[in-house]
Design a protein around this ligand. Structure first.
Ligand SMILES: [Fe+2]
Length: 126
């Protein structure tokens, strides 16, 4: 099992370290309620404010969305996809939930490893 980093691992550190953690941490953006079997968009953004480098030697390789132990979707990024400037990558995933969701996002930086979001719960209603 690879080591998983979270923002909270660095929350008590200096501002520079917190910025480093922010630029790697996936954030799940969606509502807390969804309609059963209807399209529901879940956006995953890397970081709340800081932009991550996006060069051929330092970039994100993939962003995944999980519901408990099930992989919901994955976005793979080629070397320096989306240009060469620092950025906050944001990926939309569309799901049609049959039951309530317990979501986690993972993002892998080729220099700084695998980062995990906070859990996000979505209640499904008829
Ligand atoms: Fe990185």
């Amino acid at each position: 099992m690879p080591r998983l980093f979270t923002y909270s691992d660095f929350a008590e550190r200096s501002e520079a370290v917190r910025t480093y953690a922010d630029k790697h941490t996936p954030v799940i953006i969606c509502g807390q309620e969804a309609k059963r079997d209807k399209d529901f968009v879940v956006r995953v953004r890397i970081g709340t404010a800081a932009k991550h480098p996006n060069t051929s030697v330092h970039h994100f390789v993939y962003i995944q969305l999980w519901n408990l132990e099930s992989l919901v979707g994955e976005a793979r990024l080629d070397t320096a996809a989306l240009g060469n400037d620092p950025l906050q990558i944001e990926v939309p995933f569309t799901v049609q939930p049959a039951v309530s969701l317990r979501l986690i996002a993972l993002a892998y930086c080729n220099k700084h490893g695998l980062w995990k979001s906070e859990e996000h719960f979505v209640k499904v209603r008829d």
